[in-house]
Ligand binder design. Structure first.
Ligand code: TXA
Ligand code: MG
Length: 332
């Protein structure tokens, strides 16, 4: 398949393609998404084959205005409304009870649907031109670090999708916060840029992220889709965010690191240590923004290991540590 590359001026064309059932990757403020018309079962099905993604992992549906919710969700609880008022458009995904218009392939058979209104101007424009809600997971091959640049999307998906919108690198660099609003109390299913501390200010009864059971992709066949004991954010069970190099979380950079090791963190390593590449960041925001791109850089260099400095689990630190922990899990 020939992949078409779009700039901002050709967003109307990219939107038209999406509406017709094509796969188009596009920038959001979190990571690049791989979009398909969420109301078309056939179009969404193709996302799973393009990514090599297990189909028991439900997708987030993206909308450009609150009115679009009516087609997708059966009810908006008062708490969901408060969260939308405060954080939309933005990096917060909310899980609602779904309508019959949402095909099962989007939700992996669950009777809830995850929805997000991104704030990236290119994403909003594209959604407007598409005129349909757009299901979009991160635009990377399943299991690899999420794509934060269009070049990373191209490396993973060229020839497998109809279009890639070539926008700027993403600003946040980690996927959105996911909050389930279907239960008695809202609950964080995936930590992201909208932190627990910020969510607490809007709904004080919100349950924090508790981490989740993870299985490797090889055991997927044994998983019972939506059994009452299944974790509520099914995607979190699978291998995620892993570069080829082994990821290790470290307290401090080493003074004599092993050969072919890269380092990312806030604390600089002692002078003249033998890291293959070093990425020094000043803030948690910067750490999140560059992390996945650094993983990909280390792989291109042929690194064996990437040492990532641990950060405190507050604010964005919770999301960062979650991604680092997942990336550091052995996949076998
Ligand atoms: O920032 C983001 O959220 C990006 C951009 C493209 O918007 N998208 C993204 O999608 O990260 P994805 O498919 O990689 O992650 C979707 C997450 C998974 O953890 C999945 O389990 C959860 O959302 N999810 C989706 N539908 C759900 C549902 N009905 N109930 C619970 N969790 C759900
Ligand atoms: Mg993903």
């Amino acid at each position: 398949m020939k992949t078409h590359y779009f700039d901002r001026d050709s967003l109307p064309l990219a939107g038209e393609l999406l509406a017709k059932g094509a796969l188009v990757a596009f920038p959001t403020e979190t990571v690049y998404g791989l979009g398909a018309n969420a109301l078309s079962q056939e179009a969404v099905q193709r996302i799973f084959s393009a990514k090599g993604r297990p189909s028991d992992n439900p997708l987030i549906v993206h909308i450009s205005k609150s009115e679009d919710l009516a087609t997708l969700v059966r009810a908006v609880s008062p708490v969901a409304q408060k969260l939308m008022d405060r954080f939309w458009p933005g990096p917060l995904t909310l899980v609602f009870p779904k309508t019959d218009a949402v095909p099962d392939v989007v939700t992996a058979g669950l009777d809830s649907v995850a929805v997000r209104m991104p704030e990236h101007p290119w994403a909003l424009e594209l959604l407007e031109h598409a005129g349909v809600p757009v299901a979009a997971p991160s635009a990377n091959r399943s299991g690899t670090p999420s794509a934060t640049t269009w070049e990373a999307v191209r490396d993973d998906l060229d020839g497998r999708v109809e279009g890639i919108v070539c926008g700027p690198p993403t600003d946040i660099g980690l996927e959105s916060t996911v909050v389930d609003t279907t239960g008695l109390h809202p609950r964080v299913l995936r930590p992201g840029k909208v932190s627990y501390e910020e969510l607490m200010k809007v709904c004080s009864d919100i349950e924090p992220y508790r981490g989740s059971e993870i299985v490797s992709e090889s055991t997927i066949g044994n998983h019972e889709g939506s059994s009452p004991h299944a974790p509520n954010s099914p995607g979190l069970r699978h291998r995620h965010y892993q570069p080829i190099a082994r990821v290790r979380i470290v307290l401090h950079p080493g003074s004599t690191p092993p050969k072919k090791t890269c380092y990312i963190g806030i604390e600089p390593p002692p002078p003249a240590t033998g890291y293959m590449a070093c990425c020094l960041v000043r803030t948690l925001d910067e750490y999140a923004r560059v992390l996945f791109d650094f993983f990909r850089h280390a792989d291109r260099l042929g690194a064996d290991q990437i040492e990532c400095q641990q950060v405190p689990e507050i604010g964005l630190g919770t999301a960062l540590m979650d991604r680092l922990q997942r990336a550091s899990m052995s996949s076998d």
